[in-house]
Design a protein around this ligand. Structure first.
Ligand SMILES: [Zn+2]
Length: 213
């Protein structure tokens, strides 16, 4: 990789984030490849589980491939799992069914999902069946936006590290820069959505370190 003869170090900083159409196209291509389908068989509103017959390993493959393609760190848990951990089991799920507050939280947090898909008394096992390709597009955008805001303490912009595709460093001073955590972005979004519903994570600072059951 050469730097096209750029004269300043900051000139090597990463190009602007890809536009929405480019992100959508690449996500569809990656999902299709991971599921052995043609891109034409995959739409933004295609549901991964069920409709596209994705399985757990396929989902990991998709997440891993998207991370490499966009140089981002995606969350490993879906929103419902994370919300249960964050707001407490009883708030989001009761007797294996997503509570009305839990459904409202998912509705606010996943604007790409048609409201009709979030049906009352939806079981926790059903939740994954509503996740669409566009859900991945939303999360990829969220991670790209956060990445675009990375600045070094010196004010420098992030630049790729040769031969280490998942790492960034400051284009000005060379300090290593961390990619934003997709997990943390998901938590931030859930906390925001929760505020709108007057839901607050109970003692989140203390419970955050407790391993998932
Ligand atoms: Zn710097």
């Amino acid at each position: 990789m050469n730097n096209e003869g750029s004269s300043s170090l900051t000139g090597q900083a990463q190009a602007a984030a890809p536009d929405a159409a480019t992100v959508e196209k690449r996500v569809i291509e990656i999902v299709a490849r991971c599921l052995d389908r043609k891109p034409s068989e995959v739409g933004l509103d295609s549901r991964l589980w069920g409709e596209l017959s994705a399985e757990s390993l396929d989902m990991l493959d998709i997440v891993y491939s998207l991370e490499r393609a966009f140089i981002i760190r995606l969350p490993r848990l879906n929103l419902l799992q994370r919300a249960r951990e964050l707001f407490g089991e009883d708030t989001v799920v009761a007797d294996g069914v997503i509570t009305p507050a839990g459904l409202e939280l998912m509705r606010l947090s996943m604007p790409e999902i048609p409201a009709a898909s979030l049906t009352p008394n939806m079981g926790i096992q059903e939740f994954r069946y509503i996740i669409t390709v566009e859900s991945f597009v939303r999360v990829v955008h969220r991670c790209l936006e956060a990445k675009a805001r990375i600045r070094c303490a010196c004010g420098g912009l992030p630049a790729p590290v040769p031969d280490s595709p998942m790492e960034l460093r400051c284009a000005a001073c060379g300090a290593p820069l961390e990619l934003p955590s997709g997990e943390q972005l998901l938590v931030d979004d859930l906390v925001q959505a929760g505020k709108a519903l007057n839901l607050h994570p109970p003692g989140f600072a203390e419970t955050a370190a407790v391993p998932l059951k």
